[in-house]
Ligand binder design. Structure first.
Ligand code: FES
Ligand code: FES
Length: 158
């Protein structure tokens, strides 16, 4: 890649300051996985259709495959790696396992991050609000019912 295109991007990543030299036109997903080794965020369609790459940008769920890295300048990015703290998994993750909402698990990080964004904004969502929040996340194997139940149950627990 042409170094002339690169710029220093400074942002907050999982609560810590981050500075990285990157092409601002590259996707945030590429930066996270290929430059920062954060493989928890999955690369699926690369076109904004599957939600596997969901992360939080200023507390809102976004498809990181569609976010040019230049857009994160000065902002706050949160990935699935930030959810388990001190060796303890997050209640949303706990409930996904508990309710059988994880099968192959490919969609799970994105689903969990969409749920995380929802519960930050609305700690007591109703089932319809949960369905809307995960409407951009595709799951090929588990029923959406278990995922919905897991998120409602995590909301109660939290
Ligand atoms: S990989 Fe980003 S939406 Fe599918
Ligand atoms: S658990 Fe396999 S895609 Fe959702």
């Amino acid at each position: 890649m042409n170094n002339l295109k690169k710029q220093v991007l400074i942002f907050q990543l999982n609560g810590e300051p981050m500075g990285i030299l990157a092409d601002p036109a590259e996707s945030l997903l590429t930066i996270l996985r290929e430059k920062l080794g954060l493989y928890g965020t999955k690369a699926g369609c690369g076109k904004g259709e599957c939600g596997a790459c969901t992360v939080l940008l200023d507390d809102r769920a976004v498809n990181s495959c569609l976010v040019p890295a230049g857009k994160v300048q000065g902002r706050k990015v949160e990935t699935i790696e930030n959810l388990s703290q001190g060796g303890k998994v997050h209640p949303i993750q706990e409930e996904f396992v508990e309710k059988g909402a994880v099968q192959c698990g490919f969609c799970s990080p994105g689903m969990v991050m969409s749920a995380h964004a929802l519960l930050k904004e609305n700690p007591q969502p109703n089932p319809e609000q949960v369905r809307v929040a995960i409407s951009g996340n595709l799951c090929r194997c588990s029923g959406y019912k278990q995922i919905e139940e897991a998120i409602l149950s995590a909301a109660e627990k939290m």
